[in-house]
Design a protein around this ligand. Structure first.
Ligand SMILES: Nc1ncnc2c1ncn2[C@@H]1O[C@H](COP(=O)(O)OP(=O)(O)OP(=O)(O)O)[C@@H](O)[C@H]1O
Ligand SMILES: [Mg+2]
Length: 258
């Protein structure tokens, strides 16, 4: 199954994505973690030291030029089949499943005036991973609706819209959900993070299936000194939440396997 995590800035997208990858790998699944954010944080959230993180794809001008072509002509179907293996790094962690990290970066972060080319390559690589690989693919999107707007995640099986429990945050979540639905991505879950409990405001467009994540004091205490979000004192709670999320997404796509 391929899942994208979207939402406003700072709501917990990367955290939930890292938890899900960790859970799946411990279940023996092979997982691609795709960091499509500027902050390069999915690796760090998964325990990779910053110095061990690869350069993001959008900064690889050599590769972009080689695959997309220079001089104004953009290759519409660049060769990308080998790129996951070329660019992906293995992430250590418990469990029989293999975890690999692909750092894409965002188009806004592309250097050397090659944003169009970087965008084309990024899109092709994501489409390849999502459409042609049997592994699990988890895409941690940049804040906002940019990626959805460009249609980058149009082919994933599930969209997790992460939100803080505030009216403004939920308005953004509803907008992201609506854009996802427009792209044909109807299998959505709203992940309400740091949920204080209580009913949600009746905002049109919010995904009807809601996963509520409590504030985790163990995570808050940890983050002061460490970016890794795995191996928390609340690990049991986290696993139960992720299992619930995956079950909901599986049901939403009609019970098909991965
Ligand atoms: N339920 C929670 N309890 C306590 N802390 C949390 C919880 N969820 C997330 N956090 C913390 O909140 C911060 C922001 O989370 P995270 O980086 O996952 O958000 P994000 O949506 O990916 O942000 P960005 O838009 O910057 O990529 C992190 O320090 C994370 O550890
Ligand atoms: Mg993030």
């Amino acid at each position: 199954m391929k899942i994208a995590f979207a939402g406003k800035g700072g709501v917990g997208k990367t955290t939930l994505c890292a938890w899900t990858a960790d859970f799946l790998a411990r279940q023996g699944r092979s997982v691609w973690m795709v960091d499509a954010d500027t902050a390069l944080s999915l690796g760090q959230a998964s325990g990779v030291a910053s110095r061990a993180l690869p350069e993001p794809l959008v900064a690889r001008e050599d590769l972009i030029r080689q695959r997309i072509g220079a001089g104004g002509m953009i290759a519409l179907s660049p060769a990308v089949d080998d790129l996951p293996e070329l660019l992906g790094v293995d992430v250590p962690g418990p469990g029989p499943g293999r975890r690999r990290l692909l750092v894409m970066g965002t188009v806004a972060g592309a250097g050397g005036g090659c944003a169009c080319e970087a965008n084309a390559l990024l899109k092709s690589l994501l489409a390849h991973l999502v459409l042609e690989r049997d592994d699990w693919v988890l895409v941690d999107l940049e804040a906002g609706v940019e990626h959805l707007g460009r249609g980058t995640v149009a082919h994933v099986d599930g969209l997790v819209v992460v939100s803080e429990a505030s009216h403004r945050g939920l308005e953004t979540a509803a907008r992201i959900a609506a854009m996802g639905a427009d792209l044909g991505l109807g299998n959505q879950v709203l992940a309400l993070n740091r949920d204080p409990g209580g009913p949600l405001p009746p905002l049109p467009g919010l995904p009807p299936r809601v996963l509520r994540l409590p504030p985790l004091p163990g995570l808050a205490a940890r983050q002061l000194n460490d970016s890794c979000v795995l191996g928390l004192p609340e690990a049991g709670t986290v696993d139960a939440l992720v299992a619930g999320l995956l079950e909901t997404l599986e049901q939403g796509r009609g019970g098909a396997g991965d």
